[in-house]
Design a binder for this molecule. Sequence first.
Ligand code: NIG
Ligand code: FE
Length: 409
Amino acid sequence: MLIRNIKGLVQVRESIVHQVAGQAMADLPVIDHAYLTISGGVISGFGPMSEMPQMSAADEIDASGCFVLPSFVDSHTHLVFAASREEEFVMKIKGATYEQIAARGGGILNSAKKLQQASEDELFERSLQRAHEIMRTGTGAVEIKSGYGLTVRDEIKMLRVAKRIARHTPLTVRTTFLGAHAVPAGIKKEDYISLIVREMIPAIAAEQLADYIDVFCEQGFFSVDETEKIVKEGKRFGMKPRIHANQLHRSGGVQVGVKVGALSVDHLENIGVEEIEVLKNSRIMPTALPGAAFFLGLPFPPARTILEAGLPLAIASDYNPGSAPSGNMPLMVALACIKMKLTPEEAINAATINTAAALELQATHGSITKGKVANVFITRPMSSLAYLPYAFGSSLIDQVILGGKRYNI
Ligand code: NIG
Ligand code: FE
């Protein structure tokens, strides 16, 4: 495949870059008036049009006026769920808080009830639609968590569905076991933690269903000590940690994430100087989920302070039925610009190369680099790259190419 006359080929890296941090996040390499070639499902060449080799390809695309970007890597989602929760949305509009809704049997337990009642096939069909939806909005690789099963059988069911999505779509999928998302009704927390440790983790590991382990470290959910205990057990079974940290309170989630060597700490709506200092001494990827902060009316993570400290930042969607019912990565990039004061360049770095690093996919995803998986999208004609987050909510993706093949949007 040959894409020619590209107005701007974005996120071009000659070699594999692990991540970008601090001031370097402002640099987003772009080739103006460029071409891109794809063969065997991988990026085979690119450069300015003036250097395009004489060639004819079976599939040629003229991208005059358009930008080409590497597909987004969405490093935090809960896209396997049984049903939406717009009834809670209305409660929230009328003033109920996330915690009040959870206390009234809504929230995660509401999703768990619905998921437990759905068959694996039903769950797959519903989740597959969401996978197609995120492909249409430019996502090429995605992390999917369990956490709405809360029984051995249903946590396994969720992760099997996530694996089926990987087999039935061109998406690259990473899976995370989040049994410690909430304590089911009618069971003591310590007994549920025992169930996670003694039964869920070994059963999930035996089927190789999870790359990672996550805990919702939050007041009213799992404490710092409980988080540490659970992820340590996951690590013994080969699941690397990532933590839901500091969403609603200064929960100590960041500190425990650093202590256990997590790959990422995600949310960060409630962090201060101490957490930033702790992050500075780690290799962790701080990850903001602007859709959740927006939907719940929470403070947005202090992105500028994070970058000023020389740290990297990633941006993911948190696609889930309770706190972020959208997996639209262009919208997340727009929110990061509008609400977190990232520049378009910083936000695109955060949603491509840094999310790829957060999922250990930096060798294959997240940039236009020879040999990487040919996951790219072509925008509609745009006056400049900044138009993408500026025109928030607009549908600006015209063509999606995943694994070197056109995906019909
Ligand atoms: O990432 N914070 C915890 N989990 C999800 C929300 C879960 C839900 O309400 O269903 C999140 O925001
Ligand atoms: Fe989440």
